[in-house]
Design a protein around this ligand. Sequence first.
Ligand SMILES: [Zn+2]
Length: 175
Amino acid sequence: MRKAKTYWLKKIRIRHVNLQEIRGIHLESTAQLIMNQLLMQSGSTVSLDVRSRFPGGRNVGGKYSMADHRVTMYLDEIKKQCLSLFGSLEVFPQVLRIVFAHELGHAEDASLKELSDLLDACDSELERKRIALRIEENAWEYAKTLIPEEDQSLMQTVVYYSLKSYRDAIAGEIA
Ligand SMILES: [Zn+2]
């Protein structure tokens, strides 16, 4: 009896985890729940890959690969976006949901194949930028219908900054 008790006590190991680590684990499981729920809701057959950092140092929160019919989400990049746009990780669940809804928008865009073929064939730089903007706008249209209950001011901020570089590129070309 005594021996068994000693054995049991020895089995308990306390690992020291810091608050940062607990928060990270919490954010990651929250992220999985949010994405699973939204994926089901969309009815999309897309496959999902979750990573930390976008390779090459660009701050990209998610991408869709048409060839693999796969969305890859980069959680650390979304955290960075939360901090730079809203100054806090408090909005991480909402921003992740918004970005993921956008990627699902690419996956479910019936005209993506045609638009991306046009993009490949196009030799006018301005026209290419217009097509690229159109692809992004399509994905946002889908996102808005998938999560209509999402906080509108938060949604508008994310949409605005995501489209800004595309719009600026076109404006630059015209000017
Ligand atoms: Zn996009």
